[in-house]
Design a protein around this ligand. Structure first.
Ligand SMILES: [Zn+2]
Length: 472
């Protein structure tokens, strides 16, 4: 089937001169692929083509959220693959990369990966990749290296490890074990994403604060200081230097940790970082007023950290932005009576693109081209799917997000599409509105006049596999 989307604008990739972010275009779709992005009317109309008029809206390559916890199977009171990917579709995210650690069994062997896939594949509204992982639990098995080889050969996007984990089913690794993992991933040509906080520092502070009877959101923040991230990233820089492995720091929240990543990159080390909308938006003042709703690990920091992160997403010190979507059961798990046991995590996949479009691009902190890099092109490259996703170009999957640039909307948890609905962004008014999302040429989300919504079927989303080895 051939479709022509007309009366739309696409980013210029900075080629059309200063001040001009977008140009009018037609997009031709054949089957699941983009066949052409051309000036309006340049290609002759074919007899059998369907025509869709987008009324001057902006079309971006679909966003890729490289860091989500959809908890399925195992913790489906928090999120399911069906509700998580529905939320993705509604936010213009056409591919998610799901973490290996918050489902049961964790993705640490081929059998576990296949068990998870059998459950989630029929539930996916958008395309997805899996992270594989190595936990202390996995490394206690004699065949952990063979298991790692198996999950890599299954096409996982990257391998996740923790320097500090709160999960019994996916325990953290000490430095020697991380080095052992990096030697293997370097050989296998797959990147490693690391939760980077100093275990000894954080656990020591936590114990002290609890012993003192402290129990406020700011006490929790005090247990996870910037120094914890800085120390961990410094260790990772050394490991990177020693092993040559491609290492990615997930959810960077501290400006000083980002400084370390930037200087490691200047040195030529294969170290990169991602941050999340909550670190770009909030500080500990917000944590104090919002409480557990904004509890995450790492925790939000100061206004100076936030400014450093915005600078980093604009100048390239940060390679991509992901959400770390992690919803606790609402309200029970977020209101346990103690900040120490309240669930740490916020749902966010639905807000990734709307937030960065509004607060990044429309407020002049990011160019449109940089926005596309941060949430489409760069994650596609990181996860080894850049020959088919992340660009509006012939031969690429027709994954498209359509934005009404004249629209605006107010974030309300009750209107979100995931399972447990709460958000620290409640009440924020964002400029621009996602009105349709296409995955491989098929509409998976549409917002009609009067707010009527269309959602495509669960099970349309397909698994995507890493196609390339990383070259550090
Ligand atoms: Zn996470």
């Amino acid at each position: 089937m051939r479709t022509r989307l007309v009366n739309l604008r696409v980013p210029t990739d900075g080629q059309a001169g200063k001040g001009q972010d977008t140009v009018p275009a037609d997009i031709l779709i054949e089957g699941e692929k983009i066949a052409g992005v051309t000036p309006p009317g340049e290609r002759p109309v074919e007899a059998d083509e369907q025509r869709t008029d987008l009324q001057g809206q902006l079309v971006l390559p679909g966003a890729i959220d490289g860091h989500v916890h959809f908890d399925d199977p195992g913790f489906t009171h928090r999120e399911t693959f069906e509700t998580g990917t529905r939320s993705a579709a509604a936010g213009g995210v056409t591919c998610v990369v799901d973490m290996p650690c918050t489902s049961l069994p964790p993705v640490t062997s081929r059998a576990n990966l296949e068990a998870k896939l059998a459950v989630i594949e029929p539930r996916a509204h958008v395309d997805f990749m899996l992270w594989g992982g190595v936990s202390a639990n996995a490394m206690e098995q004699a065949d952990w290296i063979a298991n790692l080889e198996d999950v890599v050969s299954e096409g996982v996007g990257a391998i996740k490890v923790y320097m500090l984990s709160g999960m019994d089913t996916f325990r953290d690794l000490d430095t020697a074990r991380i080095e052992a993992v990096l030697r293997e991933t370097c050989r296998l040509g797959v990147p490693v994403g690391v939760h980077a906080e100093d275990r000894r520092l954080v656990l020591g502070l936590t114990e002290q604060l609890i012993a003192l009877g402290r129990n406020t959101p700011l006490d929790y923040a005090a247990s996870r200081p910037a120094a914890g991230e800085v120390s961990a990233v410094s260790t990772l820089g050394d490991l990177c230097r020693r092993t040559g492995a491609r290492v990615h720091v997930v959810h960077v929240g501290a400006g000083e940790a980002l400084d370390l990543i930037a200087s490691a990159r200047d040195e030529g080390l294969p170290l990169s970082g991602e941050t999340c909308p909550h670190f770009l938006e909030f500080t500990q003042e917000d944590l104090a007023s919002q409480g557990a709703i904004l509890k995450t690990a790492p925790v939000v920091k100061t206004a100076a950290d936030r400014e450093r992160l915005w600078l980093g997403v604009a100048n390239g010190d940060i390679q991509h932005v992901a959400t770390d979507h992690a919803a606790g059961e609402w309200p029970a798990e977020k209101h346990t009576g103690s900040i120490w046991t309240d669930y740490g995590g916020v749902p966010g996949v639905e807000l990734l693109l709307p937030y960065l479009y509004s607060e990044g691009y429309r407020k002049g902190r990011l160019t449109l081209g940089r926005l596309v890099e941060l949430i489409s092109t760069a994650p596609a490259t990181f996860f080894g799917i850049d020959s088919r996703k992340g660009r509006l170009a012939p031969g690429y999957d027709a994954d498209l997000t359509v934005i009404d640039e004249d629209g605006s909307w107010t974030v309300k948890a009750k209107d979100m599409h995931n399972l447990n609905r709460y958000t620290p962004m409640e009440g924020r008014t964002l400029a621009g509105r996602v009105t349709s999302t296409f995955v491989r040429g098929t509409l998976v989300f549409g917002l009609g006049s009067g707010g009527a919504e269309f959602l495509g079927p669960a099970g349309f989303g397909q698994r995507v596999k890493r196609e390339t080895r990383v070259t550090p």
